[in-house]
Design a protein around this ligand. Structure first.
Ligand SMILES: NC(=O)c1ccc[n+]([C@@H]2O[C@H](COP(=O)([O-])OP(=O)(O)OC[C@H]3O[C@@H](n4cnc5c(N)ncnc54)[C@H](OP(=O)(O)O)[C@@H]3O)[C@@H](O)[C@H]2O)c1
Length: 252
């Protein structure tokens, strides 16, 4: 349960090796986080990545979870809630960027990335929604991306899945409205993490910790949508109304 000040005491992470997730937990640890249950493909790697968290007096539990294995999500998430709940926060941070050029020569790889980024988010998001509704409190924070706002030539497979994920998460937020549970969609721009290693940063590039700060601020304010950083909201209002011929020439 959150404490008297509404601070997060316990968190469940879907994609527990994510740098944005770990930065968010590090920030929450300073404010009283006591337990973090990390779900991901490589429990040992996650445990190592979360060592700072563990040294900060947070109990860290790691469990196997594969976003692509949609048939397993309901059982895995219900089990995590049964054994370690309740959770004030469920953080959905798994995802794969992939490589657009590879996708164009390997359509099956594009399909697999879409399963991870969209289908896996739908099944695990639905399962998390069921458990949060039953609890009657808690926030589901879903990592979307500005890539879903307007498709770009260089990452439209990823962007299209994020567009679907974003719509799904906002719809789930409506479905949970009035139950005590809450959904917050986070739309970062370029973030310097292992996902973008070796890539040229885009405008308004951020660190994982800066995104984490936006997430914590959004949770404090009960936000439904958070842009990270905030000026991206205005930027995409403009980009979304530009004629395609102009948008095509931009490196936004
Ligand atoms: N970095 C950016 O520029 C950026 C911008 C906008 C949005 N986002 C979104 O923010 C979220 C977090 O990204 P990040 O920057 O923190 O990247 P990250 O450190 O690479 O984290 C992504 C995590 O997803 C996990 N993952 C990938 N496929 C999975 C699968 N099939 N099952 C379970 N876990 C899987 C990875 O696990 P492994 O360690 O096992 O590979 C990794 O821990 C993602 O949803 C990403 O799309 C990132």
């Amino acid at each position: 349960m959150t404490d008297a000040l509404g601070r997060v005491r316990s968190a469940l992470v879907l994609g527990g090796g994510s740098e944005i997730a770990l930065a968010t937990l590090d920030r929450l640890a300073i404010r009283g986080l006591r337990r973090a249950v990390l779900l991901g493909r490589r429990p040992e790697v996650m445990r190592e990545a979360a060592r700072e968290l563990a040294s900060n007096d947070v109990e860290v539990i790691t469990l196997p979870f594969d976003a692509d294995a949609v048939d397993t999500h309901q059982a895995v998430i219900a089990d995590a809630f049964a054994r370690y709940g309740d959770f004030d926060l469920v953080l959905m941070t798994f995802g794969t960027l992939g490589d657009q050029a590879t996708f164009e020569s390997d359509p099956a790889a594009a399909g697999h990335a879409a399963i991870t980024n969209y289908a896996g988010a739908v099944s695990s998001g639905m399962a998390a929604g069921v458990s949060l509704r039953a609890q009657g409190h808690g926030s589901l924070v879903v990592l979307s991306s500005v890539a879903g706002q307007r498709p770009r030539r260089d990452n439209y497979v990823y962007g299209s899945a994020k567009a679907g994920l974003d719509a799904f998460a906002r719809g789930l937020g409506e479905a949970l409205h009035g139950t005590g549970a809450h959904v917050m969609v986070v739309r970062p721009g370029f973030v310097r993490t292992k996902m973008t290693a070796g890539m040229k940063p885009r405008v308004f590039a951020q660190t994982a910790d800066q995104v984490a700060a936006s997430i914590v601020k959004g949770l404090d304010g009960g936000a439904s949508v958070v842009w990270a950083p905030a000026p991206l909201r205005l930027m995409f209002m403009v980009l979304n109304i530009l004629p395609q011929s102009i948008f095509r020439r931009l490196k936004a």
